[in-house]
Structures are given as C-alpha cells and as structure tokens.
Design a protein around this ligand. Structure first.
Ligand code: ATP
Ligand code: MG
Length: 810
C-alpha cells in the first residue's frame, strides 16, 4: 500500500533498500559518512509504519543529539501524513528523562524532579566537598564530578566502587554524600538519568516485560559512540533473543567519544550477541563532491585498526578544498565572515554555512566578528542561552515554584537580588539542614536573628509566587515570576542590565515557542502512558486514516499511575536543562551555524569552514601523547570534513588568544595529510609563522601602543578572566603551540621596567644560534632568570639567561 503510493523507497540504492526493508531481525549497518545511514534509519521507520508492521507507539529510535532527533522528526513528518511528535524518538538522555517522568514513583524520584546541567552538577559537588570539610585543592569539584559521572556510566554506585586506595575511598564517600544530597533536593544529573532508568528496568521485571512487549522495533543511530551503560540500557528494552527488530547504525571511523567512555567494541559485541546474520555496508556517498571525499578518504586511511570501507561518489570532483592562513585569530574571523558573506551573496542560505571549531573557546572571537558585522548566527553547544547567568536565575525561581526543596536553585537566588542574606546566615542554614536531613527551604525556621527573618521573608516570597502563578499559562507564570522576584526590576536599574533584560524577554519567547512546539494547545489530550503501552500504540486503522488522536499529548509524559500530565512549567524546565538553547538568532531566522566538530556529527551543510587547524588545538594537545588519542583526533577531522556538501574551507592562524594566553602556532599536521591535488591555497603555501607577525609585533611595542593597537581594541578586555571562567571553568586546560604563560594584560603591565641586563620586554634581541627575535617575557632572577623570545621562523623559545647569550639590539 504505502510503498507504491508515496514512493518512500524510490531512489534508494539496492543495499539501502535491503536495509530499509529488513524483517524483524537484528541488523547492523556499518558504513561511512554520508552514505545514507540516517536516511535509511528514518526511511525504515516510515516504511514500518506505512506497512502496518509497527505503530508509532511500538517504535523507539535513539539519536545522538537533540538537533539530530529534531531533524529526524522533521524528515519523518515530511514522509508521513500525520503528527509524529509523540513518538519515542530522542537522545538517550531525552528518552531516559521521558521514561523517568512516567515512572517517577517506581524510580524513587519526586514527581517534579529537576535535572542538573553540567555546571549545576559541579556546584552541587562543591557543596558536598565543603560540607565534608575536604580540601578543594585535593578534591577539585570538576574532577570529582567527572569521577562520579564516570562511575555512573560504568553502572557503579558508591558501594560498587573498588576502594583501591585512600583517595578512591574518599571519592566514593563524596559520591555517596552527593547522592544523598541529590535525593534530598529531588534533583538528578545527566548520568543519573541513564543509570536510574537502567536500574529501574533491571530491577523491575513487570516493567521490563511491558516495554519489551511494547517496543517491537528499536533503532539506534551513531551506534559507534554508545558507551557501556547505554548499550546495557538498550539491552533492557530489547535483550538478544527476544525477537525485536533492533537496528544499529554506525561508522567506526566516526567514533569520537572515547574520552567519554564510548566503546566502538559495542559494535562487534552487538554483532555477536544478537547473532546478526549479515552486516550491511553502504559505500556510495551522496553528500559530498569528489575533492571533499578524496580529502576525507586520504586522511582517514592513515588510521590503523579500521574496519575498512571506502567511499565513492558519482557527483564529480566539484570545487577544490580551499586553505587559508591568517595572521591572527582576529583576522581569521574577519576572513571567515567575508567568505561566508560572499557565499551568501552567491545564493547559499546562511543556515547552509557551518563554521566548525575544535574547542568551544574558539567561538568567542568568531561570534564577536559576526555580531559586529550584524550577521545572524546561531551557536550550538558552548555557552548556551540557558546557561547565561540571568537566565539561570530566572530558571531557579521557576524551579522553586515547581519544587521548593531544590537546594541548588534555592542557593542561587536566595540572595539575588540582594536581600541581606549573607554567607554566615547561609552557613547556619546549611548546618541546620544537614543536621535535620531536610531541605534548606524546610530549615529556615532554625536560623535565629535578622538573618533568619530575612530568610523567612524569602520563603514568603516564594510562597506568594507559587500562589500567584496557580492556573496561569507558562508565559504568564514567567512574567509573574520576573515581577515578583524582583529580577526584572534589578536588571532594569542595573546599568549593564539591558542585554540581560533582553535575554529574560527571550526566555518568555522561548517558553512561548516551547508551548506551541510541544503541542500544549487547548486540544492536547492526555493519554496515560500505560494505555498507550498496553495497546501497543495507535491502531493501524487510526494511522491509515491519517488521524491518530492528538499524539502530541503524549509528549506531555503523563504520570503512569494517575495519567496526570506534567505541567507545561515542569516540561519547560526539563527542556531548559536538556536542550542546547539556540537563541542567538531568532527561531526561524536564516543564520550561520557555529558549533564544535563534536556537535556537528551526523549533520550536513552546503559549505563548511574548519577553523583553527593548528598543532595543539586540532589535533588537540591532550591527544598528542598517545597514538589512540591522535587517531581519535583524526576521526574527528574526518567527521568535520565529511559534513560538507559542496564547499570546504580549512583555516589556521599564526597566533591565537586562548584562555588568556597568546599561542604562536604551527599549522596542523592534518593539512599535510590531505591530497595536494584536492587543495587550493588562498594564501601562499608554507609561508609559516614569522613572516609578518613578528615584525608587526615588534613595531607595535616600539610604538608603545602594545598589542591592543595591533589586534584591535577590546581584544584584551574580551579575554578577561571572568569571561574565561564562565566559559571554560577555572581549570581550563592550556593548549600547545608555544605556551606564553602570561596573559596579554600581565605582559602589558609588565612592560615597563621589566628589564634584565639591558633586555626589555617587547624589544628586539639577538641570539647567536636563532638570530633575531622579540623578547616576550622575562621571569625569575639570578640563576633562575628565564626569557621567552619569539624567533620568528625558529618559533618561540624559553631560554635560561645564565646560559643563553642574548643581547639587546638597538
Ligand atoms: P553520517 O555518517 O555523516 O551520519 P549518513 O550515513 O547518516 O552520514 P545521511 O545523512 O543519511 O548519511 O545521508 C547523506 C545525504 O545523502 C543526505 O542528504 C541524504 O538525503 C542523501 N542520500 C542518502 N541516500 C541517498 C540516495 N539513495 N539518493 C539520493 N540521496 C541520498
Ligand atoms: Mg547519519
């Protein structure tokens, strides 16, 4: 019926067709980038529904990012004549959240449980460490949070940790205390979502049976990047031998999450455990023109231990890959935006242009160039809308309305705007809460004096907010909260508050968009999950009629026992925790796409820029010490290259400000690993560092105007520590290249009077081996004195002045 009618299968090649129309059996599709894996997976869902082999409720599909699942829903809606929003299609975390919302009671969670994002998690861990009187130097909160996440991803609870040494014993204790705290506050972190869902299924046979019966078809995209827990979770829904149609799709060459516990080995395990008869391979690439594909193939051929497959295209060679060298990251950004504008003038939509970078910190310079030029752009990942301070404040108030025992939110806003509640009062409050095992909110009465009455006033404020927002729409709730909490007034009177106020308005818009998107309309009907599950979803008749009952309502994740719908507010708060906000450009506005290479996985664009191709940055310096690390970086580069359909640009810069340091760069080895015949250099090849910059640098210092004049005013400010910390965390790693340990600011401050035997920072010097250079830094004294000199062609070097013969040149 469906097949002939809508031509779903038209245009598939024979291998793709075979994969799409496989029966209800385990299958592994192993194929390179752009060979149609995702398309096959999506088409298979549509085909199963169309053939009446499955119902929307009987299919689960796992994607890797929210963006990917949205894209899949869009593709499906285009193929199918009815609303697909309610289907179980999402990321592992998204699906776990949905599952836990439905079974919160069985999972031992409060109904309105809140999700801690990465930075909330770190601050929650920090509080635990503090309460345990441990040294934050020894137990760095961020690292401890990684330890906990790692343990959870291995399926380990505190009691399961192997206590091999004293340090690990302490970490296990912190983990335990952190768990207690999360339980008290009714919050879960990302890793907990997965583990909790897994454990619930593992321990509850009836529930397991229910879901195994319900989901007849499970499809997993990007299977190469699943970790141990995710695979185990999947097996709970569809154990080998249960006869469900498990369809795994992956590419070993695109495995880029080993550092987060992904196991390529899951693919061979899957093949063995599920007794996959036949591994389907796809070798035709439909995405990229020849030069782009040649570059990708040549690069990845340098990796060992590949499962071995190649890609070919029928699309012809297309444009060569363009390579650009810039003098500074600032110039690189300028070049990017000009080139992107030119492409746009040639008729490319902005949304078809992607700017990719290895590390989030790189985006700032590019963002500011685009922003100043008034070009709409959207950043995925990085400092997201929902992570901005004012938005987090607003969300914290909303969370308190939902669940007043959420201590993280309580602490965030109890004295914001200021209410005379000081650190001392909060310490007393935290002690009281700890002793009674209750939440901060519940412990307010235990604090005496002025502090206590200020706290009581805050509790009253939250209570009145809760009362005032009863029965309001989401939009009204947020507006009411902004007024009652004092946030709106605070930013209105703050001299730098204008932008923050705009972001708060944007929050109202985001809520509005969310409500519309998720179908919280007046006709949304609540369908209890169980009804859906037991019936195996909608009947084929309903589907054939193109009229399933308001599937959208299912996204409201009604409570499994009462059938009650989670409030739009609760759903929105979850969305805020799980979703990357993309609000730099208005929804629907045509905008250039900025993202890390990691978050570009699975996506495609007409034009792709890969920036910052410098040793130490891409490949990342942390990867250089071992071969596996370098191979993972190469796979990452392979992913980046294969995102491009028509145009690919590669760029690197001689100097770069990163984490407050100037790096002097050597171009990435990956550039040398690409086929010469596919490249076109826009700047003279192998010009190398030192041609222009050193001279420019020297002249700038001699003018006494310093770097500011050279790289554009505002650059030093932009790298202020507060900004770095917000974006990168305090313990941001430094990158390779030639490290300059002083920030520009410090260097500038040190300029005057930083002298050593006639040597002056910023002045030219002579070395009998390396020749002329510019003195960048002087450190230490006596036998310890060191100098850092930029020798242009010879690179930047640190020299011991007791040994090196450096003479000033006048
Ligand atoms: P990645 O490994 O990057 O995730 P993929 O294997 O999932 O890639 P898809 O994104 O599914 O590849 O497909 C790449 C592009 O090729 C898409 O634009 C898709 O629509 C197109 N495509 C796939 N198969 C065909 C086909 N048979 N005919 C025409 N276009 C196709
Ligand atoms: Mg794909």
């Amino acid at each position: 019926r469906g097949e002939a009618q809508n031509g779903l299968l038209k245009g598939l090649n024979p291998e793709q067709l075979a994969a799409v129309t496989l029966g209800q059996e385990p299958a592994l599709i192993l194929a390179g980038a752009g060979s149609g894996k995702t398309r096959v997976l999506t088409t298979r869902i549509a085909w199963l529904l169309n053939q009446g082999l499955a119902t929307p409720g009987g299919i689960m599909a796992v994607t890797f990012t929210n963006k990917a699942s949205k894209e899949m829903l869009t593709r499906l809606s285009a193929m199918l004549p009815y609303n697909v929003r309610g289907m179980w299609i999402g990321t592992f975390h998204g699906l776990c959240n949905r599952f836990l919302r439905a079974h919160w009671k069985l999972a031992g969670l409060p109904q309105g449980f809140q999700i801690l994002d990465a930075s909330d998690t770190v601050s929650a861990v920090k509080r635990v460490i503090k309460a345990m009187n441990l040294d934050e130097e020894r137990f760095v909160p961020k690292q401890v949070s990684w330890f906990i996440a790692g343990a959870k991803e291995d399926g380990l609870r505190p009691k399961d940790i192997d206590l091999r040494d004293e340090q690990t014993r302490k970490l296990a204790d912190i983990y335990q205390a952190y768990e207690d705290q999360c339980k008290r506050e009714g919050v879960v972190d990302f890793a907990e979502l997965m583990l909790r869902a897994y454990e619930l299924l593992r321990d509850n046979a009836a529930l397991r049976e229910h879901y195994q019966h319900r989901f007849q078809y499970l499809l997993v995209d990007e299977f190469q990047d699943t970790n141990k827990l995710q695979y185990a979770w999947l097996k709970m829904f569809a154990p080998p031998g249960r006869g469900q149609g498990v369809f795994a799709v992956g590419d070993d060459d695109q495995s880029i999450y080993a550092f987060r516990g992904a196991r390529v080995g899951n693919m061979s395990d899957f093949e063995r455990e599920y007794r996959v008869h036949r591994v389907v391979k796809l070798e035709q690439n439909y995405r990229s023109y020849g030069h782009i594909l040649d570059a990708a193939n040549e690069l990845i051929s340098r990796n060992s231990h590949r499962l071995g497959k190649n890609l070919r295209t029928d699309m012809g060679p297309g444009e060569p890959v363009r390579v650009n060298e810039a003098a500074s990251d600032f110039n690189e950004a300028q070049w990017l935006l000009e080139e992107a504008q030119a492409l746009h003038r040639q008729g490319l939509a902005r949304s078809e242009i992607a700017i990719l970078y290895r590390s989030n910190a790189q985006s700032r310079v590019i963002e500011s160039a685009l922003f100043n030029a008034g070009i709409p752009y959207r950043v995925y990942g990085g400092l997201r809308f929902f992570e901005r301070a004012e938005v987090k404040h607003a969300l914290a108030y909303l969370r308190l309305i939902e669940n007043a025992n959420d201590d993280t939110s309580f602490l965030r806003v109890v004295n914001f705007p200021a209410r005379g509640i000081g650190a001392r009062t909060l310490e007393l409050l935290q002690d009281a809460a700890r002793q009674s095992g209750r939440s901060l909110y519940q412990s307010v009465a235990a604090v005496p004096g002025k502090g206590g009455s200020n706290l009581a006033a805050f509790v009253n404020l939250v209570e009145s907010m809760r009362n005032l927002t009863q029965g309001l729409t989401l939009r009204e709730i947020i507006e009411q909260m902004l007024a009652t909490s004092g946030l709106a007034d605070f930013y209105r009177t703050d001299k730098d508050g204008a932008e923050r106020l705009e972001n708060l308005d944007e929050l109202v818009n985001a809520a509005e968009a969310f409500v519309t998107q998720e179908g919280f309309g007046k006709d949304a009907v609540a369908l209890p999950v169980d009804e859906l599950g037991a019936a195996g979803g909608f009947t084929p008749g309903q589907i054939a009629a193109g009229d399933p009952p308001a599937i959208a309502a299912v996204t409201l994740t009604p409570d499994a026992e009462t059938g009650e719908i989670v409030s739009p507010l609760a759903a929105f708060l979850t969305h805020a925790s799980l979703e990357a906000g993309d609000n730099q450009a208005q929804a629907g506005q045509d905008a250039i796409q900025l993202m890390t290479v990691h978050s570009a996985k699975g996506l495609e664009f007409d034009a792709v820029f890969i920036t910052g191709l410098e040793e130490g940055l891409f490949p990342h310096e942390n990867s250089l010490s071992d071969g596996d690390g370098l191979e993972e970086e190469r796979r990452l580069m392979y992913v980046a290259i294969t995102r491009a359909r028509q145009r690919l640009y590669l760029s690197f810069s001689q100097t770069r400000m990163l984490h407050g340091q100037t790096r002097y760069n050597v171009k990435s080895r990956f550039l040398d690993e690409l086929p010469e015949a596919s490249l076109k250099w826009l700047t003279p090849r192998n010009q190398g560092f030192g041609s222009g910059f050193a001279r420019e640098y020297q002249q700038a210092w001699e003018r006494g105007s310093g770097l500011k004049s050279m790289v554009g005013a505002g650059r030093v400010e932009r790298q202020a520590p507060a900004w770095q910390q917000e974006r990168e965390g305090k313990d941001a790693p430094s990158f390779g290249g030639a490290p300059v340990p002083k920030t520009m600011k410090q260097a500038a401050a040190a300029k005057v009077g930083d002298e050593h035997g006639g040597l002056r920072v910023g002045k030219p010097v002579f070395h009998n081996k390396f020749g002329e250079g510019v003195l960048l830094t002087l450190e230490g004294s006596g036998p310890d004195a060191r100098a850092q000199v930029n020798f242009g062609r010879h690179g930047t070097k640190w020299l011991a002045l007791a040994v090196a013969k450096l003479t000033p040149i006048d």
